[in-house]
Design a protein around this ligand. Structure first.
Ligand code: URA
Ligand code: URA
Length: 232
């Protein structure tokens, strides 16, 4: 016999699994991928396929009004094995033209920031809260974030980086579900579903306020230290 508390617990687990499978199905993933001990190749291959399936879906997305004005969807770029995942705000002019994140002036600065902690752009992952450019680079609207954020959540779940670096106010506030200003959030680790999150200033902000680079450097050193602890 099981107690009623145990029964409720079991029902809760079943409900969670059902919700998980439903969410996967919505994203066009109709097989359950389980970790196979001793077969790292299997899970890596599955990760690559899942990212590709997701990107196909996002490239034709019409969940919000931005599909009307976009040139290209900017899904994300980088390694599926990335230990560090950068989250920006939304594509700008160049990103919308090329379909690649952070390729404009802010992107050049981000590339240098990545190199400053001894990493290469191709070994991290770079994505945004919004996959399509808001006209004239206006701020993301709440309904656009609501429509698009699940795609980023999926990318994070597939890649499962060791550290997420949230660039600027929109990335930090969305991931951490808070309205606190970036100046208060940055400088220390928070968590997103068990993954460490370091909010820091956005490179576009640094282009306008170069004195903020000192703080970003402090934040990047903390990230470098965290990554250096990884042994597997
Ligand atoms: N700014 C962002 O937030 N993301 C980009 O991809 C480019 C600029
Ligand atoms: N305000 C923002 O939106 N982002 C920053 O990085 C700094 C200030």
């Amino acid at each position: 016999m099981i107690t009623s508390t145990e029964r409720d617990e079991l029902l809760g687990v079943v409900r969670k699994i059902k919700g998980f499978i439903k969410a996967e199905k919505e994203f066009g993933i109709d097989e359950l991928i389980l970790k196979q001990p001793g077969k790292p190749g299997f899970i890596e291959e599955a990760g690559r396929e899942r990212l590709e399936d997701l990107s196909k879906k996002v490239l034709s997305c019409k969940r919000c009004g931005l599909h009307d004005t976009r040139t290209k969807v900017v899904f994300g770029q980088g390694s599926k094995n990335a230990k560090l995942f950068f989250v920006g705000e939304a594509p700008g002019f160049e990103e919308d033209r090329q379909g690649i994140p952070f390729v404009g002036r802010a992107g050049e600065l981000l590339t240098r920031i990545i190199q400053s902690i001894g990493l290469k752009r191709k070994n991290v992952y770079i994505g945004n809260i919004l996959k399509c450019r808001p006209p004239s680079n206006r701020n993301p609207a709440p309904d656009e974030i609501k429509a698009c954020y699940p795609y980023l959540m999926k990318q994070l779940e597939i890649i499962r980086p060791r550290v997420i670096c949230a660039l600027g106010k929109f990335a930090a506030q969305t991931l951490l579900d808070t309205t606190k200003p970036i100046s208060r959030l940055r400088g220390e680790f928070h968590t997103w579903n068990g993954i460490k999150v370091m909010p820091t200033f956005h490179p576009a902000y640094l282009l306008r306020n170069p004195s903020g680079k000192r703080e970003v450097w402090e934040d990047m050193k903390k990230i470098r230290n965290e990554i250096s602890k990884i042994t597997d």
